[in-house]
Design a protein around this ligand. Sequence first.
Ligand SMILES: [Fe+2]
Ligand SMILES: [Fe+2]
Length: 253
Amino acid sequence: MNDTMTLSQRADALEQKMSDELDYIVIKSRLYSMADADTSPAPNAGALMAQNPRARVLMGDDPRLPEMPEKPTLADFFHYRFGPAAHLLQSARHAVRGGLSEKMVLACLLHDISTIGFIRGDHGYWGAQLVEPYVDEEVTWAIRAHQVLRFYPDESVGYEYPASYVKTFGADYRPDGYIEEDYKRMRDHQWYMSGRMITVHDIYSFDPTVEVELEEFTDIIGRNFRQPKEGLGFDNSPVAHMWRAMIRPAKYL
Ligand SMILES: [Fe+2]
Ligand SMILES: [Fe+2]
């Protein structure tokens, strides 16, 4: 729309734009429907197209989401896909101030990327898998371990069971059996303390007034995250499809 248009031309153009934007059909993945307690059959694409013959199911970019670069970097995912990352940024800064190695600062910066960009439940396992091809093995291990270790105190580093968990999960909450089993395995592991450090720098009640920018960690990311030149999602890694799922979360097939 430009300035020389009349009011009615503007209205027409706006209407056209809106109808173009509605020219696609979104059919959610089962996981999203189940999260809404909807176990009914998936909407029938054919029936929906019969109502609107011009419409197509979404196979390309989702017009409702911010456009991503062709070769997205980790920073692009922070900017265009992950929700507010204040918790991660504050944790990473806390880790810097605590004198952690660059590698472990990166682990703190990434420890919850699954929560803010992918799947919440078992987020430590998902998050570790997402970054595995791009970071040191110890970083992956530590991110996976934080999922488990967060439920268990360690007096040697002053880590207590988070008071917020008592409030959020209830005083009688007990971790699932597989978490218990993983805890037994992890507490004797050579990298136990790396996983533990994520929980120590995991700011459970973070300060909403403190603003930390991702750019503060650009150099640390550059030195410790092997950004694929083809872009995350397009590097033929074993997890590329998981990054593509965040780029196009409503892709039909
Ligand atoms: Fe976490
Ligand atoms: Fe966290």
